[in-house]
Design a protein around this ligand. Structure first.
Ligand code: ARG
Ligand code: ZN
Length: 874
C-alpha cells in the first residue's frame, strides 16, 4: 500500500525525551525504552473526516517491526490495553502526559537486511534511515518527532568500544562482567539519526578548532590493522569542516565527531548525529590499494555526511517525501566542496555523466518521479539519482539564478527560520524567496514535475539592409512520464553563447541573454541577433545550466568551432561528445560506413591544441558510454549499437594512433601523490592507454604499466585497458592481481567487477564460479554490487544478448538475494525495469523475467514496488 505526500498529518503525540538501555547480545539483545510522551492538543493531527475532538482520544500508535515485545508500563504501572500487529503497537491511552516504558528483544545476528541493529563482521552497528528504528524499538518512526536521547549501551568486554550519539557521560562495569557507556545527545533529533556501534576497532584521533574557538575531538574507527588507511579520511573531514565555515559560516556543534567504517553496509554512509557510520569503501584509502577515484569518493562522502549536520540534522525533513530537502542540498554542497578541493571542470563532467547515464534513464522508466515524490510504497526505493542528483541540479539552479552571495543569503535565512525544525521543500523555497527579487513561483515546479525537459533550438537567417538577421527560437517540452502525463512549462536557465567561426561573441538585439544565460520560462522564446556574420553558432547549456536534454542541430564544423572557441569548458567537452555520438549514429545506421576523414583531422587538431591542457584533453578522449548513447535514442537494437560504438572506438585508435601514442609518451610519470596535477596526468595516461590497447602492437604498453605500477590507479588503468587484449593476456594479469590482493576485500571488489564486465560469451559461468570464491558472500552488499551489480549495470553486451539468459541469471540471483537483503536486491533490479528503451525481443524477454519476479512468493515491498510499476507501464 502506497503512502501519499498529500496525506500528511502532524504527529498526535510528541516525545521530548528518549531514554534507551540496550544490552547487546547476538541473538537476544534487550532494549528498554523509556519515553516521555505528550499529547499534542491540536486538531491538525486528526483527519477532518473523522470525528474531530481536538485529538483528545486518539490512541498512541507506535511503529515496530520484527520485535518481540516483553512488557509495557505507563507511569510505572503495567499496561495491557494495547493491540499489536506486524507493523504497529497501538496503545489506548487517555492521559495527555505520561512516561511510557517498553521492553523488547531483537536478534541482530540474524538481521541480514542490514537495517535496524545488526551484527556483522564482528561488530554491532545500526542503520535507521529511513525506517529502521522501528526494528530496534517501538516508536513513532517518522522524521518530524524530535527527541533528546540518552542511551546506555551495555556489552560484553570483547566489544571494548560502545558508541552512540552525542557525548559520553558515564562509563563503568557491571557485576556480571559486562561494561557500559552512557551517551547523551543534547540536540533534539528524529529517530532516523539514532546510531549505536559496538566492537573492537583501531582508532585514529585528531582535534579540530572551530573559527569561534571550540575544540572538537575527531575519532575515526576502522578495522584492526587498517589504521594507516584512515588518515586521508580524517584529513578530508578537517577540510570539510573548514570549508563549511568559510563558505556557509556553519560550525560543528558537539564536542566529539565520530566516524566508524564497517564492511557490511547497504549504502555509502549515514549522517547519524555525531556518529557517522560508513561503508569502509568510503573511508579506507592508500596509494597501494585505492585509485584516485577512490580518494575522490572518500573525500566527497566524508564531506557529504559532515555537511548533513546542518542540512539534514539541525534542519531535518518533515516527512520522507521531502527527502531532497536534505539530500539534493547536501549533494550540491559536497559537489561545490569537491570542485574547490580538486577541479571544477572534471567535477562538473562527473555530475553530468551521472545525470545522463542514470537520472535520464530513471525519468524514462516506470520509476519516474519528481525530486519530491508524491507516492511511495517503500521509502528505501526513493534514495534515487532523481532525489539526490537531479535534486542537486535544482539547488544549483537556485545558485545560478541568485548568484553565490544571493544563495548564501537565502541559506542564512533558511537556518535562521528553521534551525531545530523538521520542514518541507516549500519552506526552503520560501526562505530563498524572502531574500530575492526574483519570483520563484514558476521555478518551484521543478519540485513537483517529473521527467527530463527537452530544450530545442531552431535557427534561421535572413538578410536585410543592416546585415544578417539570425532568429533563434528556443522551445521547451517535457514528454509525459510514467507517473505524470500533463506537463507545464518550467523556468529553465539555459546557458547561451553565440559565436562565429573565429570565436567572436555576439549579443542579442534586445539583451535577453544576460551573463550568458537565457531564461526559458515559456513554451517558446525567440531572440534575434542582427550582425554582419552570415554564419553564427549558438552554444547551449553552458556548464550544464539545467538538467535537460538539448536538441541543437549543428554540423561538424560548428561542433569543432565550439570546441575551439567556446568560453565554457563544459561546452567544449560536450561538443566533442556530440561529435562522437553523431559518428556512432552513422555506424549504427550503416555498419559499413566510414567516418569522414575531415572528422579525424578535426579530432586530431583538437588533441594537438589541448596537449598541454591534459585535464580537458582526457575528458575529451572519453567516448560516450553505451548507457549515455541509450539516452538519445529509442527502440534500441542492443548489439548493433554496441557494435557501432566498438567500430568507432577501433577507428579512433587506428586513425589517431600516432597522436595518441605521442601524447601518451609525452606525459612524464611522476612519484605518486593525490595532487590534482598528478591525478590529471594519470587520468590522461590511462585514457590514452585504453585507446592504444585496442591495437595489438601496443599490448606491451599495457603489460609494462601493470608490471611497473606503484599505485592502484595505474594498476587498475592497465587492467581496464587489458579488457581489450586477447583473453589469455587479460586472464594472466588478473591472476597475478588476485594472487596479490586476495586478502583485501575492497580491492578484490575491483577484480570481481572487472571480471563481471568482460563481454565474454561464457560470462555467466564465470560469474557463477566467482560467486563461489572464498571472499565472495551474498550477505555482503559490496561483494554483490561488484559482481552481480556490475554485470547487470555495465556489461550491457552480455546482459542483453544471451537470448535472455543474462536477464534470467540476474532474476534468479535477485530471488535469492531478496530473501536476505531487499534493499540491495531492489537496487540491482534497476537495469531490468529499464526495458522501455530497447527494441524487441529485449522488451519481451525482460518483462518475462519481471513477471517471474512478481509471481515469486514472499517478494519484498522494495522489489515489488519497482517490478509492479514497471510491468504496469506500457
Ligand atoms: N542519508 C544517507 C546519505 O545520504 C543515505 C541513507 C540511505 N539509507 C537508506 N536506507 N536508503 O548519506
Ligand atoms: Zn545524504
Amino acid at each position: 500500500t502506497a503512502k501519499r505526500r498529500a496525506d500528511y498529518l502532524p504527529p498526535a503525540f510528541s516525545i521530548p525525551l528518549v531514554d534507551l538501555t540496550i544490552s547487546l547480545h547476538p541473538t537476544k539483545t534487550v532494549v528498554k525504552s523509556k519515553l516521555s510522551v505528550k499529547r499534542r492538543l491540536t486538531k491538525d493531527s486528526v483527519k477532518d473526516t473523522e470525528k474531530n475532538d481536538g485529538n483528545k482520544s486518539q490512541p498512541l500508535i507506535l511503529d515496530g517491526n520484527k520485535l518481540s515485545l516483553v512488557s509495557v508500563h505507563i507511569n510505572g504501572t503495567p499496561f495491557s490495553d494495547y493491540t499489536l500487529d506486524d507493523e504497529t503497537l497501538t496503545l489506548n491511552v487517555d492521559t495527555d502526559d505520561f512516561e511510557l516504558e517498553i521492553e523488547n528483544h531483537i536478534d541482530p545476528e540474524n538481521n541480514k537486511a542490514l537495517e535496524g541493529l545488526y551484527l556483522s563482521g564482528g561488530a554491532y552497528c545500526t542503520q535507521c534511515e529511513a525506517e529502521g528504528f522501528r526494528r530496534i524499538t517501538f516508536f513513532p518512526d517518522r522524521p518530524d518527532v524530535l527527541s533528546v536521547y540518552t542511551v546506555k549501551v551495555i556489552g560484553d568486554k570483547s566489544f571494548p568500544m560502545l558508541l552512540s550519539n552525542g557525548n559520553p557521560i558515564e562509563r563503568g562495569e557491571n557485576p556480571d562482567g559486562t561494561h557500559f557507556v552512557t551517551w547523551h545527545d543534547p540536540h533534539p533529533k528524529p529517530c532516523y539519526l539514532f546510531a549505536l556501534v559496538a566492537g573492537d576497532f583501531d582508532l585514529l584521533t585528531d582535534t579540530y578548532i572551530t573559527t569561534s574557538g571550540k575544540e572538537v575531538a575527531l575519532e575515526l574507527y576502522v578495522d584492526k590493522g587498517k589504521k594507516s588507511q584512515g588518515t586521508f579520511a580524517l584529513a578530508s573531514l578537517k577540510r570539510a569542516m573548514k570549508w563549511d565555515e568559510d563558505v556557509f559560516g556553519l560550525e560543528y556543534d558537539l564536542d566529539i565527531y565520530m566516524i566508524v567504517a564497517v564492511d557490511f553496509f547497504n549504502m555509502g554512509a549515514m549522517e547519524n548525529k555525531g556518529l557517522n557510520v560508513f561503508n569502509s569503501k568510503f573511508v579506507l584509502a592508500d596509494q597501494d590499494s585505492a585509485t584516485d577515484d577512490d580518494f575522490f569518493n572518500v573525500e566527497a562522502v566524508i564531506a557529504h555526511e559532515y555537511f548533513h549536520n546542518w542540512t539534514g540534522n539541525r534542519v531535518t525533513c518533515r516527512d520522507w517525501f521531502q527527502l531532497s530537502l536534505k539530500e539534493g542540498l547536501t549533494v550540491f554542497r559536497d559537489q561545490q566542496f569537491s570542485a574547490d578541493m580538486t577541479s571544477p571542470l572534471s567535477n562538473r563532467i562527473k555530475h553530468v555523466r551521472v545525470m545522463r547515464e542514470h537520472q535520464f534513464a530513471e525519468d524514462a522508466s516506470a520509476m519516474s518521479h519528481p525530486i519530491r515524490p508524491e507516492e511511495v510504497i517503500e521509502m528505501n526505493n526513493f534514495y534515487t539519482v532523481t532525489v539526490y542528483d537531479k535534486g542537486a541540479e535544482v539547488i544549483r539552479m537556485f545558485h545560478t539564478l541568485l548568484g553565490p552571495e544571493g544563495f548564501r543569503k537565502g541559506m542564512d535565512e533558511y537556518f535562521r527560520r528553521h534551525d531545530g525544525q523538521a520542514v518541507t521543500c516549500d519552506d526552503f523555497v520560501s526562505a530563498m524567496q524572502s531574500t530575492t527579487e526574483l519570483d520563484l513561483t514558476q521555478f518551484s515546479r521543478w519540485y513537483s514535475q517529473s521527467g527530463t525537459p527537452q530544450v530545442s533550438l531552431a535557427h534561421n537567417v535572413t538578410s536585410n539592409e543592416t546585415g544578417y538577421v539570425h532568429t533563434f527560437t528556443v522551445t521547451q517540452n517535457t514528454p509525459s512520464t510514467a507517473d505524470q502525463s500533463e506537463k507545464l512549462p518550467l523556468y529553465i536557465p539555459v546557458g547561451f553563447e553565440v559565436i562565429d567561426e573565429d570565436g567572436n561573441r555576439y549579443r542579442d538585439d534586445s539583451g535577453m541573454i544576460q551573463n550568458d544565460l537565457l531564461i526559458v520560462d515559456a513554451p517558446e522564446i525567440t531572440i534575434t541577433i542582427t550582425c554582419d556574420a552570415k554564419k553564427l553558432t549558438p552554444v547551449l547549456l553552458g556548464n550544464f545550466s539545467a538538467p535537460v536534454k538539448v536538441h541543437n542541430e549543428l554540423d561538424t564544423a560548428s561542433l569543432l568551432t565550439i570546441f575551439a572557441h567556446s568560453q565554457d569548458a563544459f561546452n567544449r567537452w560536450d561538443a566533442m561528445q556530440t561529435l562522437y555520438n553523431r559518428c556512432i549514429s552513422e555506424l549504427y545506421e550503416n555498419p559499413t560506413a566510414t567516418i569522414d576523414s575531415g572528422i579525424w583531422a578535426g579530432i586530431h587538431a583538437a588533441i594537438d591544441s589541448e596537449i598541454d591542457n591534459i585535464e580537458l584533453l582526457s575528458e575529451c578522449l572519453v567516448i560516450p558510454s553505451f548507457e549515455t548513447l541509450c539516452q538519445s535514442r529509442s527502440n534500441i537494437s542492443v548489439q548493433p549499437l554496441i557494435d557501432a560504438r566498438k567500430a568507432f572506438c577501433r577507428q579512433f585508435s587506428t586513425q589517431l594512433e600516432a597522436v595518441l601514442l605521442n601524447a601518451f609518451n609525452g606525459i612524464a610519470t611522476q612519484a605518486y601523490s593525490y595532487q590534482q596535477d598528478a591525478v590529471n596526468a594519470r587520468r590522461c595516461k590511462n585514457v590514452l592507454l585504453s585507446h592504444l590497447a585496442r591495437l595489438p602492437q601496443h599490448k606491451d604498453l599495457v603489460i609494462s604499466q601493470f608490471d611497473k605500477a606503484d599505485n592502484m590507479t595505474d594498476t587498475l588503468g592497465a587492467l581496464k585497458a587489458a579488457q581489450s587484449l586477447p583473453a589469455d593476456a587479460f586472464e594472466s594479469l588478473m591472476a597475478k592481481f588476485e594472487e596479490k590482493w586476495r586478502h583485501d576485500p575492497l580491492v578484490l571488489d575491483k577484480w570481481f567487477a572487472l571480471h563481471a564486465t568482460q563481454p565474454r560469451e561464457d560470462i555467466l559461468a564465470t560469474i557463477t564460479m566467482l560467486s563461489e570464491h572464498p571472499q565472495f558472500s551474498m550477505g555482503n552488499p559490496n561483494r554483490v554490487r561488484s559482481l552481480i551489480g556490475s554485470f547487470a549495470f555495465y556489461n550491457s553486451e552480455r546482459f542483453h544478448n544471451l537470448g535472455g539468459e543474462g536477464y534470467k541469471f540476474v532474476t534468479d540471483y535477485l530471488i535469492k538475494l531478496d530473501a536476505l537483503n531487499p534493499q540491495v536486491a531492489a537496487r540491482i533490479v534497476t537495469p531490468l525495469i529499464q526495458w522501455q528503451g530497447f527494441a524487441e525481443p529485449h522488451q519481451a524477454l525482460m518483462k518475462a523475467q519481471l513477471g517471474r519476479l512478481l509471481n515469486h512468493k514472499g517478494l519484498s515491498k522494495d522489489v515489488f514496488e519497482k517490478v509492479s510499476k514497471s510491468l504496469a507501464y506500457d
